[in-house]
Design a protein around this ligand. Structure first.
Ligand code: 5GP
Length: 350
């Protein structure tokens, strides 16, 4: 018999955070840095736990160079060659501490595995790895995570994507330090439309954070950040890290030229399983007759340097912490009470 889960699942736009009394006098007192010791690798990581999504239009070396100054991680996309990694790694301006803010990305094919080994051999001080596939529920994915863990016992491994507690637990037990949460949540993702599959992102975070923390693991909420306040809601819901792509799109640091149309400037942003990405990297959708596109390509307004965006949401996040009396980002989830609201949050000027 078909089952229906009756309890309502929530997205970021379905809630607000309830303000609480506070002894803080200014948002400048709030610290956004966090320190984690990862479960399997035992590595200590310290920084602002925000990640730039491993999408090739966004997560470039140029993005690393801007984001590292804000202690934010760039999950560099998987299409750079080993030689490109090596030449970036040997840049004279980088210091070891910068490697805190760089993750290597990989898929799960044999070619991905070999390339990841070569990148870490060429760049031995890098210590973070994001392994992701669109559907983290496949048995082959669990096996791949086990293999990566065996090969890289001392790297912090992020693995996903999934959106439920049992797979979060399975991935942690398979060797993931951090489970990447989000199915159908991305701005240029069409999975929910194309397949009918997915889970509202805030509920996914609430459920999976609880499961991961119970085993000593961590989660990264991936996708669905539309406004700076969504970062606060994701952290408030229990996410240890928050990953976003669209938020960082359209900036100087992204790949691609600025397009001018009717006096306005734009840049192109596309999903990693869009026709555009497939044409670029996998010989086009025609070469996979069993597969359809689950991503789209959009023109986003040109936003200038990513520094402006980062400062804007850092300000929002600090302010959210001060509204609930959290002196540190770490305290935000303990002090968060969500209020369910109707989706009509915008005022008449939006
Ligand atoms: P955003 O912050 O833009 O809302 O979401 C970023 C996330 O969207 C990425 O980290 C990734 O998980 C997801 N994503 C990126 N490209 C695609 C795509 O083409 N299809 C799907 N289904 N998800 C994508």
């Amino acid at each position: 018999m078909v089952k229906i889960e009756e309890d309502i699942k929530l997205d970021f736009s379905d809630v607000l955070i309830k303000p609480k009394r506070t002894t803080l006098t200014s948002r400048s007192e709030v610290s956004l840095t966090r320190k984690f010791t990862s479960l399997h690798s035992k590595r200590v990581w310290e920084g602002v736990p925000i990640m730039i999504a491993n999408m090739d239009s966004v997560a470039t070396f140029s993005m690393v160079d801007s984001a590292r100054k804000h202690k934010i991680i760039t999950a560099v996309h998987k299409h750079y060659s080993v030689e490109e990694w090596q030449s970036w790694y040997n840049s004279p301006y980088l210091s070891r501490v910068d490697f805190n803010y760089v993750a290597v990305s990989s898929g799960i094919s044999d070619a991905d595995f070999s390339k990841t080994k070569a990148i870490f051999a060429a760049c031995p001080d890098l210590f973070m790895l994001v392994i992701d596939v669109a559907n983290g529920y496949m048995e082959t994915f669990i096996n791949a995570v086990k293999n990566f863990r065996k090969e890289f016992p001392d790297k912090i491994i992020f693995a996903g994507n999934v959106c439920t507690s049992e797979m979060t637990e399975a991935l942690i037990l398979a060797g993931a330090d951090v489970v990447k949460i989000g199915i159908g949540s991305g701005a240029v993702c069409t999975t929910r439309k194309q397949t009918g599959v997915g889970m509202p992102q805030l509920s996914a975070v609430l459920e999976c954070a609880d499961a991961a923390h119970g085993l000593g693991g961590l989660i990264v909420s991936d996708g669905g950040i539309q406004v700076p306040g969504d970062f606060a809601k994701a952290f408030g819901g229990g996410a240890d890290f928050v990953m976003a792509g669209g938020m960082f799109s359209g900036t100087d640091e992204c790949n691609g030229d600025i397009i001018e149309e009717n006096g306005k400037k734009y840049k192109i942003f596309y999903g990693m399983s869009s026709m555009e990405a497939m044409a670029k990297y996998s010989g086009g959708i025609q070469s996979h007759s069993y597969r359809s596109s689950e991503g789209k390509c959009v023109k986003v307004p040109y936003k200038g340097s990513v520094n402006n965006i980062i400062m804007d949401f850092n300000g929002g996040l600090r302010s959210a912490c001060s509204y609930v009396g959290a002196a540190k980002l770490k305290e935000l989830s303990k002090r968060t009470t969500f209020i369910r609201v109707s989706r009509q949050l915008n005022n008449i000027f939006h």
